[in-house]
Design a protein around this ligand. Sequence first.
Ligand code: GDP
Length: 290
Amino acid sequence: MTIQWFPGHMTKARRQIQEKLGLIDVVIELVDARLPLSSRNPMVDEILSGKPRMIVLNKSDLADPQMTKEWLNYFTAEGHIALEVNASTGQGTKDIPNKAKELFKEKIERQIAKGIKPRPVRALIVGIPNVGKSTLINRLAGRNIAITGDRPGVTKGQQWIKVGTEMELLDTPGILWPKFEDQNVGYRLAVTGAIKEEILNVEDVAFFAIKYLARYYWQPLKERYELEQPQPQPQDFENPDEIVAIMEAIGRKRGCIVSGGRVDLAKASGIILRELRAGKTGRYTMESPF
Ligand code: GDP
């Protein structure tokens, strides 16, 4: 389900996160490894107001591994704890409790100094819709049964999930909204399926995707659709016809033909996006930190 974000929804989402912040020690900010900036909320720093936080790049199985390394370096250089995971398979997720403990280290040390037995670190997952929050919660929960929230301030129905012996996770994530101010951000979100492409025009979204892939990921694109034309040259990217020609070639390969032998671009665009999101066109990252 894609939420239509109006100012009222944003205010409500923000309030819901702020209510949860009072209950937790650290935040797990989930972003999409294919678009680590565009899938971040523009106001996340302000909303989380200084809570210790790690940045988790999810869906790393779909992203370009070299670019994921670059992004991890980028976030680390910014002073964040950053890691990559695949919430679907659980790859990398075992590190999350350790990193959470690291973020909470000072408090744990203070508790130990005072002779108090340190309690498990309490965490909240936040992120924009579709980034994989529920998948990660289920993955971290494993077969553990949630503990009912009988602590002060815990909203009725809200539960804690034990993750190992050292971390507890709120079972409902904090939902953040994506950025809207930049059209390219909107396209990137639509290409990866973070927002429904119907909000934009499906052919425009596929055009944006093909233009990007033809420039940076030509080989996997060519192989997927057995393209016969050469890779467009830098100056060709200024000419929309060059990109449309690739979309048409894909449409013909996939039998998207209408009367008169023309290619049904809308149908071809739907196929392009579906296959791209499913990772069938190879691993790709839609933005670079440099
Ligand atoms: P939420 O809206 O943030 O809770 O997102 P969901 O957990 O519902 O996940 C959205 C979609 O992304 C689902 O179809 C998941 O199966 C898929 N997904 C989540 N994590 C991963 C991942 O690491 N890799 C891949 N390939 N898909 C994922």
